[in-house]
Design a protein around this ligand. Structure first.
Ligand code: PMP
Length: 391
């Protein structure tokens, strides 16, 4: 099996797997319990929180563990909306976001609208880049939140979130970013203060599934989504998912230690695959070739090192995914969450592509456990599948 679907999910870091296995039968204490078993579980959770704060360069008390990025994104949007309503005599206000967000943002915005709020989605340019001026233009007097994805999960474009965050702050708005595909993959620094809310999912960065976090900048007020116990300093109730948080901690630590090397290896493999893909007539790579932006990401590039979106003329991506799967290559026809939905991807459509082009767009996403030999082998299979489908 050659796994080129790392944007859907990543393999669990072997050290995280080992640590979680060791804890699974022994570490059953409840972190809220006052006794030794409780204290031990609590120290595991707090150590993971420290690893998150170290990686994202923020304070530990700004990290709130959640069940994943879907919850973190919903919390950022609906929690800030409920806070705004409660502070503004039940007025609902307005949110600015983009047309290339993940469904966990878009669907939360729709829910907000059903409750009486309103939102504006800013379009990207044809390369999947959000212009800060467009965000500025979309802001209204009652806008309280701007939410922009850091790195798009389908095309890998990195947005100028630092600049957008500053614009939001100039107008007194909060700034949220869905950082799922940035966290653990590219350097992030929350220390500059231009981001208020930042969502992460562990399984996209070699941690376990079902756990993530929301960073809430010190002093930022948003209402909870979940009410109950006093976990997570009273802001996110529910007994902590101790074992998964422990594995997440190892993944965060491992990202901090290995990021430089991983970026180098992953981009070399991606560059190779792009070069090979271009040898096939009728291939276009989406979302590449932008000028550098050096905002909160002290960056080298404007594309995620491992995400490649290719539109292949005459090749339906769903047929291609099946053909590749039969030969042992895992890729994706868009976001995994949208699999089974016959609609062409909203992100590819937002680039100005036709419905046909969007249906012919496939994503290969490379991760740190891939090897260069696999890329070359996968390409031979890709070439055969393209020929077979075009015939
Ligand atoms: N945002 C982005 C950009 C994603 O890629 C994903 C995962 N597909 C999510 C949010 C949601 O993460 P999870 O499914 O782990 O909650």
């Amino acid at each position: 099996m050659i796994y080129l679907d790392n944007a859907a999910t990543t393999r669990l870091d072997p050290q995280a797997a080992e640590y979680m296995t060791a804890l699974l039968s022994e570490e059953y204490g409840n972190p809220s319990s006052a006794h030794a078993m409780g204290r031990s579980a609590k120290s595991i959770v707090e150590s993971a929180r420290r690893s998150a704060a170290d990686l994202f360069r923020c304070r530990e008390n700004e990290i709130f563990f959640t069940s994943g990025a879907t919850e973190a994104n919903n919390w950022a949007i609906l929690g800030s909306a409920m806070q705004y309503r409660s502070d503004h005599r039940r007025k609902m206000g307005h949110i600015v976001s983009t047309a290339i967000e993940h469904h966990s943002v878009l669907r939360a915005l729709e829910a907000f609208e059903r409750e009486g709020g309103s939102y504006t989605l800013v379009e990207s340019d044809s390369r999947g880049y959000i212009r800060p001026e467009a965000i500025k233009k979309a802001m209204r007097r009652d806008t309280f939140l701007v939410s922009v994805i850091s790195v798009n999960n389908e095309i890998g474009t990195i947005q100028p979130v630092g600049e957008i965050g500053e614009l939001a702050h100039e107008r007194g708005c909060l700034f949220h970013t869905d950082a799922v595909q940035a966290a653990g993959h590219i350097p992030v620094s929350l220390g500059s203060g231009c981001v208020d809310l930042f969502s992460v999912s562990a399984h996209k960065m070699y941690g376990p599934k079902g756990v993530g976090l929301l960073y809430i900048r010190d002093g930022v007020k948003i209402l909870p989504l979940l009410y109950g116990g006093m976990q997570e300093r009273g802001r996110r109730a529910g007994t902590e998912n101790v074992i998964s948080i422990a594995g997440f901690g190892t993944a965060l630590e491992s990202a901090r230690m290995n990021m430089g090397d991983a970026i180098k290896r992953v981009s070399q493999m991606a560059d190779k695959l792009i070069e090979l893909l271009y040898t096939i007539p009728g291939v276009e790579i989406n979302g590449s070739g932008l000028e550098a932006n050096e905002e909160i990401f002290d960056l080298f590039n404007t594309r995620h090192p491992g995400i490649i979106s290719a539109t292949i003329e005459g090749v339906n991506a769903e047929a291609m995914v099946i053909a590749l799967d039969q030969r042992g290559v895992c890729a994706s026809a868009g976001a995994a969450c949208a699999t089974g939905v016959s609609e062409p991807s909203h992100v590819i459509r937002a680039l100005g592509k036709t419905e046909e082009e969007a249906k012919n767009t496939i994503r290969f996403s490379i991760g740190r456990y891939n090897r260069m030999e696999e890329i070359e082998e996968a390409f031979e299979i890709i070439k055969e599948c393209v020929q077979q489908i075009r015939q």
